[in-house]
Design a protein around this ligand. Structure first.
Ligand code: GLU
Length: 475
C-alpha cells in the first residue's frame, strides 16, 4: 500500500497520515496512538420520505470519532457527495480541532447524501426532522453526548428544526436547546455564531502577522494591510473571512471563486457589494466591479497572491495542481482542502500552511459558547452589562471631579460602555485563536522534527488527548 506521499489516498487516510507525521516527531506509545486515531462509532441510516408524492430513501451518517470528552461535537452536512469515509475524516478533524483550541468536546460529524438545492423549504424540513428522529432514537443526538451544528448545506434553519424535534421527543430535558448549536438567536442561538468561522480565520491571520519572524519565514513583510488575498468558496466562511479581511484589516481580495468561476479585480473587490450581487443574481457573473472568468474555479488556487484561503471542499489542492500553487501562505478555512501528498510537497517547498484544525476552529469555539449559554439558560453579559456601565460612568465622574476637566467624548464610550454578548463572543474567540497559535509556535520551536504548523497543531492535540487517556485510563 502506498504511504500517500506520491499518490492520492482517501480523505480519512489523508487525515490519519497527517497525524502519523506528528506522531513520528513525539514519543507516544503505539497503543495510545491507535486509541486516539480510531473512530469510535459510525451510525448509518436509510430512511424513507415522501417527496412530491413519491417515496425517496435517503442515506445518512453520524460518525463519532472520540468520546474522551463529551459531548462529541461536529457539524451535519447535506451534499451530493457525502460518504462514510468523509464523515470519519471530518469527525477525526473535529476531535483534533477541539483539542487544539481547548474546547472540551469529543469529535463527531454527520451528513445526508442529498442535493439540498433539489428540495423546497417544506421538503427540507421533512427530511431534517426525519433524520433527527433517527439520530435521537439511536442515541446520536443529545445535549450531553452528541451535539451537531451547521456545516456545508445546512444552517440555522436546519438546526432550529433539529432542536424542535428533539424537544418534542424529550420534553422533560431541561437542557433541550443545547442539543444542537448554530441555532437562530431567537431559538437559543448566540450572537456571532454565523460569522464565527470566518471571524476565526481573520483572528488567526491577525495573530500570525503579530509575529515578524513568522511573516518573514513566509517571505512577506509588514502587517496584514494591503496583502493580496484569493478566496476559493463564497459560502458562509469564504464570505465572512473575505469581508472582515477587506473591511477591517485592509487586505486586497483580488479574487473570489465560486462553484462556477472566478471573479477577479487586481485592485481589490468590495466584498459586501459582491455578496449582495450574489444573493440577488445567484451568480458572480455580470458583477460590474470585477472580471468574471467562467469555468475556472480551480485556477483561483494557482493565482499569484500573498494569502490563499481555500474555503470550499476537501481535496482542492492535490498532486495535480500543487506545483502551480504559488501563494506564500495558505489558510485552510475549509476542512481538508489540501491532500496529504500535496501537503508534503508544500512543506518541502516551505509554503506556510495554517492548518484547518486550527484555522477554521472558530465555528466550534463559538458553538462551545452557545452550548454553555444554553446550559446556563442566560445570555452572556445579561447580569453585568449595566453594572459595568455604571462603574465606568463613576470612573468618568471621579476623573472629572478631581481634574476639573471634561473627559473627551472619544474616551467616554470606551470607559462607560458595557460588553454586549457579541463583544464577549468575539473576545473569547480572539483569545482562543491567539492562545492556540502561540501554543503551535512554541511546539514548533521546541522540536526540530516538527517542521510545519500542521505538525505542531496535531502534536498539541495528541498530547492533550493522550493525557486524558493516561490520566484516566480506558474503560
Ligand atoms: N461544522 C463546523 C466545523 O466543521 C462547526 C462544528 C461545530 O460547531 O460543532 O468545524
Amino acid at each position: 500500500m502506498s504511504n500517500g506521499q506520491n499518490q492520492e489516498i482517501s480523505f480519512r487516510e489523508s487525515v490519519d497520515r497527517m497525524v502519523d507525521r506528528a506522531l513520528e516527531a513525539i514519543d507516544l506509545s503505539a497503543d495510545i496512538a491507535a486509541a486516539i486515531k480510531s473512530c469510535n462509532a459510525v451510525l448509518q441510516v436509510k430512511f424513507p420520505v415522501k417527496i412530491k408524492g413519491k417515496i425517496e430513501v435517503i442515506s445518512g451518517w453520524r460518525a463519532v470519532h472520540s468520546t474522551h470528552r463529551l459531548p462529541a461535537k461536529g457539524g451535519i452536512r447535506y451534499a451530493p457527495c457525502v460518504n462514510q469515509d468523509e464523515m470519519e475524516a471530518l469527525a477525526a478533524l473535529m476531535t483534533y480541532k477541539c483539542s487544539i483550541v481547548d474546547v472540551p468536546f469529543g469529535g463527531s460529524k454527520g451528513g445526508l447524501l442529498i442535493d439540498p438545492r433539489k428540495y423546497d423549504r417544506d421538503e427540507m424540513e421533512l427530511i431534517t426532522r426525519r433524520f433527527t428522529l433517527e439520530l435521537v432514537r439511536k442515541g446520536f443526538l443529545n445535549p450531553a453526548t452528541n451535539v451537531p451544528a451547521p456545516d456545508m448545506g445546512t444552517g440555522q434553519r436546519e438546526m432550529a428544526w433539529m432542536a424542535d424535534t428533539y424537544k418534542h421527543l424529550n420534553p422533560d430535558d431541561i437542557n433541550y436547546t443545547a442539543c444542537v448549536t448554530g441555532k437562530p438567536v431567537e431559538h437559543g442561538g448566540i450572537q456571532g455564531r454565523t460569522e464565527a468561522t470566518g471571524r476565526g480565520v481573520q483572528y488567526a491571520l491577525q495573530e500570525f502577522f503579530r509575529h515578524d519572524d513568522a511573516v518573514k519565514e513566509a517571505g512577506l513583510e509588514g502587517g496584514l494591510g494591503g496583502k493580496r488575498v484569493v478566496v476559493q468558496g463564497f459560502g458562509n466562511v469564504g464570505y465572512h473571512a473575505s469581508k472582515f479581511l477587506f473591511e477591517e484589516d485592509g487586505c486586497k481580495v483580488i479574487a473570489i471563486a465560486d462553484s462556477k468561476g472566478v471573479l477577479v479585480n487586481e485592485d481589490g473587490l468590495a466584498i459586501e457589494e459582491v455578496y449582495r450581487y450574489k444573493v440577488e443574481h445567484k451568480t458572480l457573473s455580470g458583477f460590474s466591479g470585477g472580471r468574471y472568468e467562467e469555468g475556472s474555479t480551480a485556477r483561483a488556487l494557482e493565482m499569484d497572491c500573498d494569502i490563499l484561503i481555500p474555503a470550499a471542499l476537501e481535496g482542492q489542492i492535490n498532486l495535480a495542481n500543487v506545483d502551480r500553487v504559488v501563494a506564500k501562505i495558505i489558510v485552510e478555512a475549509a476542512n481538508g482542502p489540501i491532500t496529504f501528498a500535496a501537503d508534503e510537497k508544500l512543506s518541502e517547498r516551505g509554503t506556510i500552511v495554517i492548518p484547518d484544525a486550527y484555522a477554521n476552529a472558530g465555528g466550534v469555539i463559538v458553538s462551545y459558547f452557545e452550548w454553555i449559554r444554553n446550559l446556563s439558560h442566560i445570555r452572556f453579559g445579561r447580569m453585568q452589562r449595566r453594572y459595568d456601565e455604571i462603574r465606568g460612568q463613576n470612573q468618568i465622574d471621579a476623573l472629572e471631579d478631581v481634574t476639573g476637566k471634561r473627559v473627551p467624548d472619544r474616551f467616554r464610550k470606551k470607559i462607560n460602555g458595557g460588553a454586549s454578548e457579541l463583544d464577549l463572543v468575539r473576545s473569547g474567540l480572539d483569545d482562543s485563536m491567539r492562545q492556540a497559535f502561540q501554543e503551535m509556535r512554541a511546539t514548533r520551536e521546541s522540536n526540530k522534527k516538527i517542521t510545519s504548523y500542521r505538525m505542531a497543531a496535531y502534536v498539541n492535540a495528541i498530547r492533550k488527548i493522550a493525557r486524558s487517556y493516561l490520566d484516566i485510563g480506558v474503560y
